[in-house]
Ligand binder design. Structure first.
Ligand SMILES: [Zn+2]
Length: 388
């Protein structure tokens, strides 16, 4: 039997230390990596038109299987011609498996070998998502990259429970692979779990990569653990992942985590942080986080970030943005979301340039120094939690 072509193909162009410069070719275009993927939870990057998302430099976006399954329903999206047509986005889309939301957002019922039962956070209706169901939903959505259905363990978690969940996640990934037939249209990525246990992460990485999938996600991080632990666990994963496949660190989006992730060989990131922060009136700038509610912005007629050339920074002042935030005008969320996403996509473009020039280590330390010298604590802990 001839091996069917994968929908995506990853080329590792060069390395600078462990940081990787790569290129992911998909049916809907080429993605230069490392890349940050804006999150379009309910088939919309909140407050933005697809044209805005393109203009700010997004190469690929993420959409949530759990949310679209519950509302409007994957069959509706399928009838509309798939997610790309439905939401008018012609660049690549990655869909998550629904696993993370089932474990974090829904009222969790029972986890069995078959799958997970839960009650909808919208209307309390009861559902079962199994690996096969997750594949059916993602297939109907028609995303370019699908994620295998996994069990995301909370932090902290007992070792015994984590051991069992690693094995279950592997069996679920095997079932996802078994029912995934349309490999030329959609690519299936596996997900490494294992909680905060280095040996279980290694075990999960070895089992999941044995499935020879076109890419691998690292799940179950940024779930409330201290950042140092996240970086240690990340180290214990990437070491066991193949060089010729993209690595995707799921649900991580603060500037330091992106830069540390790239330094550890991660290629792809996603997070709701930049758009959620924007809706709270907070902007990411080269010199740290700016809270537009701060009175110092009242008569600041300069741009949010003088080094940024996004639509917002080209046309609006901090004073005006603060006025929008204080007046609760919708445009405030739109303009700050444009800037925050442009900031992170721009940060990744600079990271790619630095890897190309073999200067990633100094780029990272200088960027971190400048960003965090004024930002003592980027966010309260509960808000650094991400993924939906
Ligand atoms: Zn800007």
């Amino acid at each position: 039997m001839t091996q069917k072509q994968n929908a995506v193909n990853f080329e590792l162009i060069r390395k600078d230390g462990r940081a990787r410069r790569g290129r992911l070719t998909t049916p809907r275009g080429v993605i230069e990596t490392p890349v940050f993927m804006p999150v379009g939870t309910a088939a919309t990057v909140k407050a933005l038109k697809p044209d805005d998302v393109k203009e700010l430099g997004a190469q690929i976006i993420l959409a949530n299987t759990y949310h679209l399954y519950l509302r409007p329903g994957h069959e509706v999206v399928k009838k509309a011609g798939g997610l790309h047509t439905f939401m008018h986005w012609d660049r690549p889309i990655l869909t998550d498996s629904g696993g993370f939301q089932v474990f974090s957002l829904a009222n969790l019922g029972k986890i069995t070998e078959e799958g997970v039962t839960f009650a909808s956070h919208i209307d309390g209706s009861r559902h079962l998502i199994s690996p096969e169901k997750s594949m059916e939903i993602q297939n109907a959505l028609g995303s370019d990259i699908m994620m295998a259905f996994d069990e995301c363990v909370p932090y902290p978690a007992e070792r015994k429970y984590t051991e069992a969940s690693v094995l279950r996640t592997t069996r679920w990934a095997e079932r996802c692979k078994a029912v995934h037939k349309d490999t030329e249209r959609q690519s299936l990525f596996g997900i490494i779990q294992g909680g905060m246990f280095a040996d279980l992460r290694r075990q999960s990485a070895e089992q999941i990569t044995a499935l020879d999938l076109p890419g691998y996600g690292i799940g179950g991080l940024s779930v409330g653990e201290p950042k140092e632990i996240m970086y240690e666990v990340l180290d214990s994963c990437t070491e066991y992942l193949p060089q010729n496949r993209p690595r995707y660190l799921m649900g991580v989006g603060s500037p330091d985590a992106l830069l540390e992730g790239v330094a550890r060989g991660v290629d792809m990131f996603d997070c709701v942080l930049p758009t959620r922060e924007a809706r709270h009136g907070r902007a990411m700038t080269r010199d740290g986080s700016v809270n537009l509610r701060n009175a110092a912005c009242t008569e600041d007629f300069g741009p949010l970030d003088p080094t940024c050339d996004c639509y917002t920074c080209r046309n609006f002042s901090r004073s005006y943005l603060r006025h929008l935030v204080m007046s609760k005008e919708i445009l405030g969320a739109t303009l700050i979301s444009i800037h925050n996403l442009a900031f992170l996509t721009g940060l990744m473009a600079e990271a790619r340039g630095a890897i190309d020039e073999n200067t990633y280590a100094s780029f990272k330390s200088e960027t971190m120094r400048r960003y965090y010298q004024k930002t003592q604590s980027f966010l309260p802990e509960e808000e650094s939690f991400s993924g939906f």
